[in-house]
Design a protein around this ligand. Structure first.
Ligand code: PFF
Length: 522
């Protein structure tokens, strides 16, 4: 037997922090409040909670269990893990390529957006942001920075490119140092620090009261009322349910392959049930309590009930990079609070993007016997080239396109595949026993039923509704402007090529393995 060369976590707290770090990201502080505000407010929490209990939490346990199981066979990514479930089946491993593809695609645009938070952290301390007094100025500054237009703030995308390179380098540096030396070390510091930043901001927001005596109704209490008062009518719309499910996937980082990879570095007898639940709870606290108490209530106080709806609907980027700096500019110590906000986003972002990079690195290491450092160099070279698409073509809809396939569509598809393989191919009784090996928490029996029937059915219904309503218009690029069509088409061709290359890589890896098996046996 070859000695097990795979890296491991140094501690249980370490992997919980790493999974929580992956889950807690820009999605918690920007995407969640925007979604809740525009999909029924407090009523959004009903589909959200349903999705958490029937999709998010079961998938979390499924991924922790499958990951640990595959790690026992020295496989850290979905192709190998799926193969270990049913060795006789030659095709099953090909489903697993989505578990490398999805994270890679998200990584390619997520690191670029993360780099804006680094840049804006600098613009906060340097006083640049405090000099921008109104919405229009802040908006122009952002689009100039993104390279969407050249204006008196920025004449090119070059400054953004510099910050992108720094962010990319930080990510590579962490991955280069491995699981316990890089990812675990960073997350053990970054996750607590980001909680502290969020708690400071939340406390500051709670203390706002009603700062404008002329407008007593523009109060923090009414701000919370705006976000949380339920509009039950919203629940009649199918879209609200799908949005809630999408948010649960995105925020928990499940259904994409990254938690599989993290869990593959556990040992056979390590607990997965309590750890999975702990990471989920940390994420939900960060999302619902902290994420829900910062930006929307504060925006209500400063912009009032008439503007809040359009602000909430103005999109994730505007909320984070236009609305929030305008808010911190109104506070005493604007530079400090601006900095804390962007530091929070940056730490949340880095601990997520490294988790998106690790599956591809693990695939190269595990399936091609290439050492980690070389694997990171290969991964870094490929993704560095790919990142140029979002950096230079943001305004042509490339980021939206990558987000749709990587961060929405394939997420749901992969989740359906893994839960079906777990409950039906591996077999729910086997799966249940495997999940409870070394467990510190007995999962309520009803989850056996949920994982076998409810979660797969829920996912298949979501996929079918989507196919029914949107398939054709997405394929023919109905909502894409004529000018952007070539870019979107180009992005799709690149994505299909990546899928094809990954399928080839899997084929080659298994052929090598078969040959090696024969020579070892001889
Ligand atoms: N969970 C992260 C967020 O809320 O921002 C985003 C994310 C990270 C999604 C890792 C998917 C993933 F695999």
């Amino acid at each position: 037997m070859p000695a097990n060369k795979r890296d491991t976590w140094a501690s249980r707290l370490g992997i919980i922090m790493a999974v929580a770090g992956s889950a807690i990201g820009l999605g918690n502080f920007l995407r969640f409040p925007a979604k809740a505000a525009s999909n029924g407010g407090g009523a959004f929490m009903i589909p959200y909670l349903v999705a958490l209990l029937f999709l998010g939490l079961p998938l979390m346990w499924v991924e922790w269990t499958l990951g640990r199981y595959g790690g026992g066979f020295e496989h850290g990514t979905a192709p190998g893990i799926f193969h270990s479930l049913r060795r006789k089946n030659r095709f099953i491993k090909y489903f697993g390529i989505i578990g490398i593809f999805g994270p890679l695609v998200i990584f390619v645009y997520y690191t670029f957006i993360e780099s804006w938070t680094l840049a804006y952290g600098f613009f906060s301390i340097s006083g640049k942001l405090t000099s921008l007094a109104d919405q229009q100025g802040m908006q122009q500054f952002l689009s100039g920075f993104q390279g969407a237009e050249s204006n008196n703030y920025f004449s090119s995308v070059f400054p953004a490119y510099v910050f992108f390179i720094c962010t990319f380098a930080i990510n590579m540096w962490v991955l280069y140092h491995g699981i316990k030396g890089g990812i675990e070390r960073i997350c053990r510091i970054a996750v607590p620090v980001l909680f502290v930043c969020a708690i400071i901001l939340m406390t500051r927001v709670l203390l706002l009261g009603a700062p404008n005596p002329q407008k007593p109704s523009w109060s923090i209490a009414n701000g919370f009322g705006f976000l949380w008062n339920p509009d039950f009518n919203a629940l009649k719309s199918g879209k609200v349910w799908i949005e809630a499910a999408g948010q649960i996937f995105f925020t928990l980082s499940v259904g994409i392959g990254v938690i599989l990879t993290y869990a593959s570095y556990l040992s056979k007898g390590d607990d997965v049930t309590l750890s999975g639940l702990s990471a989920t709870s940390l994420n939900e606290t960060a999302e619902v309590i902290l994420g829900g108490s910062i930006i929307i209530p504060a925006a209500f106080v400063f912009f009032g009930p008439d503007n809040i709806r359009s602000i909430a609907a103005s999109g994730t980027f505007n909320l984070g990079f236009v609305t929030m700096p305008l808010i911190t500019n109104q506070l005493p110590f604007p530079k400090l609070f601006g900095f804390i906000w962007f530091l929070l986003l940056f730490l949340a972002g880095v601990t997520s993007s490294i988790s998106l990079g690790q599956p591809a690195v693990a695939f190269i290491e595990d399936e091609f016997d290439i050492d980690r450092k070389k694997a990171v160099v290969i991964f870094g070279s490929v993704t560095f080239v790919l990142c140029h698409f979002p950096v230079f073509m943001l305004k042509h809809g490339v980021v939206d396109e990558l987000d749709f396939w990587g961060g929405t569509f394939f997420l749901v598809v992969f989740a359906a595949i893994e839960v079906i393989l777990f409950a039906w191919v591996f077999g729910i009784d086997n799966a249940w026993d495997e999940m409870h090996r070394g467990a510190d928490l007995r999962v309520p029996k009803v989850y056996k039923f949920i994982i076998k029937y409810v979660t797969p059915l829920f996912l298949l219904v979501i996929i079918s509704i989507w196919m029914w309503q949107e398939w054709l218009s997405v394929i023919v690029m109905k909502s894409v402007s004529a000018a952007d069509k070539p870019y979107v088409l180009g992005t799709r061709i690149v994505l299909i090529s990546i899928l094809a290359l990954l399928a080839m890589a899997v084929k080659i890896a298994w052929r090598r393995r078969d040959l090696k098996g024969k020579t070892d046996a001889a």
